[in-house]
Design a protein around this ligand. Structure first.
Ligand SMILES: [Zn+2]
Length: 361
């Protein structure tokens, strides 16, 4: 059971455009749930983790192979409303404040609508000499929805403290150059790869029960997966990611996550050391099947695998990351061919996994 390219692009578009920052994952869950319903049972918990279990893996006493991707994205939360009607905010996940001004966001309201707003800094015309050229802090920025006073913002626009905001970016695909533009590819491109992998595995007879998880609140410290892994109790796992591509500003010899070179497998980041035997086995498999992939060793970063691999008997985990240029900004660039290679690799890894091999890890 596999989707066509058109179907996969529709899924990626819907996931990318879903307004679902950390803690507010309802919209990405709705998209994923609708896609998965045709081949799996779909459940969620109170943290907004989504569990996707194919029919063949339900009521199974086989060991569980967990396929995870996080359903949230970086965003903002309204902190306070000024007498002028502008909105102070905190970030959900890590943003560089210097890339935020003069960008459009969508703000959720008490009327359950999303309204446009512009992130504004003090205009240069009104800056003192000292203020000019200084790096910005989040506290220097506001979201302006066009209100003229506190009352106008609250009563007419429906803004209120605690509401989320997200980047306002539409998805597009350039077929000729095989390039996708969109927001939230960290980790919606990973969610799409996870869902398509579970779909392709759903009608296979395997020695493992397959369970897809779209976990919540990764961007604020891998919170959802800590609950999801308890509910899933896997023996082995793959965590999908939309990973920061480094190919536009790194010397060639050091590039490890280039667009159009296949998914990245991460040996290490600050949160985990991937099981090296599982890693080498996956690289061998990729080579045998001629699936492009890249090896990465990260000085920074973190991912859900950190929590998965610290459960049970030490669950072997690999991260399959699809390179995305400029994650944690409003706009991402990714290639459909990398998405396809990530799915091909993940499906092959699951199909080739045996209990014996797992024990050797
Ligand atoms: Zn991220």
């Amino acid at each position: 059971m596999r989707s066509t390219k058109t179907e996969s692009l529709e899924l990626i578009k819907a996931l990318s455009e879903a307004k679902a920052p950390s803690g507010f994952e309802d919209a990405s869950i709705a998209v994923a749930g609708e896609f998965a319903e045709t081949f799996a049972a779909v459940e969620e918990d109170h943290l907004r983790n989504l569990y996707v279990t194919p029919k063949k893996s339900q009521n199974s006493d086989k060991p569980v192979f967990m396929l995870d991707a996080h359903g949230d994205e970086v965003g903002m939360m309204i902190h306070s409303i000024t007498p002028k009607g502008t909105l102070h905010f905190l970030t959900l996940g890590r943003w560089d404040p210097n890339i935020l001004p003069a960008s459009k966001v969508m703000v959720h309201t008490k009327f359950n609508t999303w309204i446009p707003g512009i992130i504004a800094a003090k205009p240069v015309h009104f800056m003192t000499e000292e203020e000019k050229g200084k790096p910005l802090n989040i506290a220097d920025l506001v979201i302006d929805v066009g209100a003229v006073s506190y009352e106008d913002a609250v009563e007419n626009f429906g803004v209120r403290i605690g509401e989320p905001a997200v980047s306002a970016v539409d998805f597009s695909y350039d077929e000729q150059h095989d390039i996708m533009f969109g927001k939230g590819f960290d980790c919606r491109i990973g969610c799409a790869a996870m869902l398509e992998s579970v779909k392709r595995l759903s009608d296979k007879d395997l020695p493992f029960a397959v369970r897809g998880v779209m976990s919540a609140q990764e961007e604020v410290g891998e919170r959802g997966v800590q609950v999801a892994v308890q509910n899933t109790a896997p023996q082995v796992a793959i965590c999908f990611e939309g990973c920061p591509a480094d190919d536009t500003f790194t010397e060639d010899y050091a590039v490890q996550t280039a667009m159009k070179k296949g998914p990245m497998l991460r040996f290490m980041d600050v949160s985990m050391i991937a099981n090296p035997r599982y890693m080498r086995d996956t690289f061998e498999l990729a080579e045998k099947l001629s699936i492009p992939c890249q090896a990465s060793v990260r000085a920074g970063g973190g991912n859900n695998g950190a929590y998965v691999n610290l459960t049970g008997r030490g669950v072997p985990v690999i991260v399959i990351g699809i390179p995305v240029r400029y994650i944690h900004s409003h706009y991402g660039i990714a290639s459909y061919s990398d998405f396809e290679a990530a799915v091909d690799l993940a499906v092959a890894v699951v199909e080739h996994m045996t209990q014996e091999k797992l024990e050797s890890f």
